[in-house]
Design a protein around this ligand. Structure first.
Ligand code: 3PG
Length: 309
């Protein structure tokens, strides 16, 4: 009996990516591909999990209900970086390996972060006089895969780049021509632009608070392509009241998006739907990595990218 690999994506991959994943599955004996795209109810995901041996998800919620339903389910791969959408403990309790595909969609996210900076610096392309990124300070909050790509692109724009990441050695940051700072306070107080790349977990949720935003230099711009949960929204709203020079750009609209859009339309921008990783290239890279990791797990027991050990 073939093993069923289910692609469960509320926000589908580009068709080219699905075709390439399918081609890999078709040429590998013993596997079959099933697709659940653009589903509207969580119950559809739970139902589909029942017959799957492996699942590829994006930001889809792989909750305990999903893992509990998946009696044959052995592996879930998050085609992307952040795995805060997977109940890791529930998966572990059922012996399900959870993995991500780090780095595979990072360039797409970095390009969006820089794209949003330009969009705002040029007054959302309103034809009036704006400003340039060249010469401005940019703080990279976490120097992982996305942060690194942001630094590379920003260097091309002539930005003055700083990074804070307690998990990365100073020399691995400074070799890229990026200045190292050793506290989040220093990063925010030094940099006019801050690009956020931290994961959402119990330690980081609401960690970007009013005090940090208050300390940012004049004409501060906060750019968030990570997760909305890492921002303290009460603090954010207060900053908007206090600072007429503060701007917020995010790929994950905050819960208070409507209020901010109404009150400060020219100082905020939120994408209509999270789209940092929505490129054909990112979908192909992450999708192929996901299916290859699944096959390597079943064939060789490879757990290199497991995140719930
Ligand atoms: C990630 O964690 O990889 C990004 O946030 C992309 O998420 P998405 O696959 O839901 O677009």
């Amino acid at each position: 009996m073939s093993k069923i690999i289910l692609i469960a994506t509320d926000k589908p991959f580009a068709k080219e990516a699905v075709d390439m994943i399918k081609a890999i599955v078709d040429k590998t004996p013993g596997y079959e591909l099933k697709l659940l795209e653009k589903y509207t109810e969580q119950s559809q995901l739970i139902e589909a999990a029942k017959e799957a041996d492996a699942m590829i998800v994006r930001s889809d919620k792989a909750t305990k209900e999903v893992t509990d339903a998946g009696d044959r389910l052995r592996v879930i791969v998050r085609a992307g970086a952040g795995y805060d959408n997977i109940d890791l403990e529930a998966a572990k309790a059922k012996g399900i390996v959870a993995m991500n595909t780090p780095g595979q969609n990072s360039n797409a996210v970095a390009e969006l972060a820089i794209g949003m900076m330009i969009y705002m610096a040029r007054g959302k392309f309103n034809g009036k006089s704006g400003s340039e990124l060249k010469g401005k300070t940019l703080g990279i909050h976490a120097y992982g895969n996305v942060g690194r790509y942001v630094a590379t692109i920003a260097k091309g724009f002539g930005m003055d780049i700083y990074a804070f990441d307690p998990f990365i050695r100073d020399e691995d940051i400074s070799k890229d021509g990026v200045k190292v700072v050793h506290s989040v306070e220093e990063l925010y107080s030094k940099c006019q632009y801050v690009s956020v790349h931290i994961p959402a977990n119990e330690k980081t949720k609401k960690s970007i608070h009013k005090g940090l935003l208050e300390s940012m230099p004049k004409n501060a711009v906060l750019v968030n392509t990570a997760r909305k949960e890492v921002i303290c929204e009460e603090g954010l709203k207060m900053i908007f009241e206090q600072r007429p020079d503060f701007k917020y750009l995010s790929d994950i609209a905050p819960d208070c998006a409507e209020e901010l859009n109404e009150k400060y339309a020219d100082r905020v921008y939120f994408t209509p739907k999270k789209m940092g990783a929505q490129t054909e290239e990112a979908n192909i890279n992450a999708g192929i990595a996901a299916v290859e990791q699944i096959i390597a797990y079943f064939e060789k027991g490879d757990t290199k990218f497991q995140v719930n050990k």
